[in-house]
Design a protein around this ligand. Structure first.
Ligand SMILES: [Zn+2]
Length: 260
């Protein structure tokens, strides 16, 4: 995915925004503008607008922090890092190449959800002192919500299905236990396909029973996971068959680590 807008380098990693990241901003801003005047009434519309935009910007910043954590640890493990791109479904850190050991692969995968979890705690702690009332409730709700969505992001990413971080963790574990990197990648990609198909089915049922447009979102995420997992399975299968050729010499192609 090509970034529409470059943000330059952060911690030495190229960072860019794809135009579709505006989708996240639009969803969060409209959600906040719809719910907060009901949840915490009595503020001016300017205050609600500032709170809504703050939520969207800090959430996109949270996605970036998650991806930067992957990128920085990957580089420390001698994995070449391309660019980080933020888009509609989160962030993508392009890792060119692969970790040399299962332990290194585990560290690269686990640090993203760990960052999201840490952010959830930080936002929660910021929100707490404002929760006592006396005009601070809007701040409490804003940061409390940021804490919750970072927690959801951490937990969702830990589902053991590639290309989610949990899928990378599964791959590292299988690689460690069975000693075969490519087979481990194939199994975690298959888990990804099953999970993605499950999400699509769930989204379809959701739409069918008229439970709301959220179903479309699940279908979109499911389609993305199925597509990337399918490509990764193919790549791992190819990589494995090349490796097994007598004079086989190869390099793993770029791997992608989406945030959701
Ligand atoms: Zn991640």
């Amino acid at each position: 995915m090509k970034a529409t807008l470059s943000l330059g380098r952060i911690a030495g990693v190229r960072v860019g925004l794809h135009w579709s990241v505006l989708g996240i901003v639009a969803i969060l801003v409209s959600l906040a503008l719809a719910r907060w005047p009901v949840m915490v009434p009595g503020y001016s519309w300017v205050a609600y607008a500032v709170a809504a935009v703050t939520t969207a910007v800090l959430f996109v910043g949270s996605l970036l922090a998650h991806e930067l954590a992957h990128a920085v640890v990957a580089r420390r493990e001698d994995v070449d890092v391309g660019a980080i791109t933020l888009w509609l479904l989160g962030g993508v850190a392009q890792l060119r190449g692969d970790a040399t050991t299962p332990a290194a692969a585990l560290r690269i995968a686990v640090v993203g959800p760990a960052m999201s979890l840490a952010l959830a705690v930080v936002f929660g702690l910021i929100s707490l002192p404002f929760a006592g009332g006396d005009g601070g409730m809007l701040v409490a709700v804003t940061f409390g919500y940021l804490g919750v969505i970072n927690l959801v992001l951490a937990v969702f990413n830990l589902i053991p299905a590639a290309p989610l971080d949990g899928g990378r963790i599964l791959r590292a574990a299988l690689w460690h236990w069975r000693g075969d990197r490519d087979k481990a990648a194939v199994w975690s990609a298959r888990a990804g396909r099953v999970f993605g198909i499950g999400l699509i089915a769930l989204g379809a049922v959701w739409l069918f029973v008229g439970a709301g447009a959220d179903g479309l979102w699940w279908i979109l995420i499911g389609l993305f996971i199925v597509t990337v997992a399918g490509a990764e399975e193919q790549q791992a299968t190819l990589s494995g068959s090349l490796r097994n050729r007598p004079a086989g010499d190869h390099h793993a192609a770029g791997r992608r680590v989406p945030a959701r």
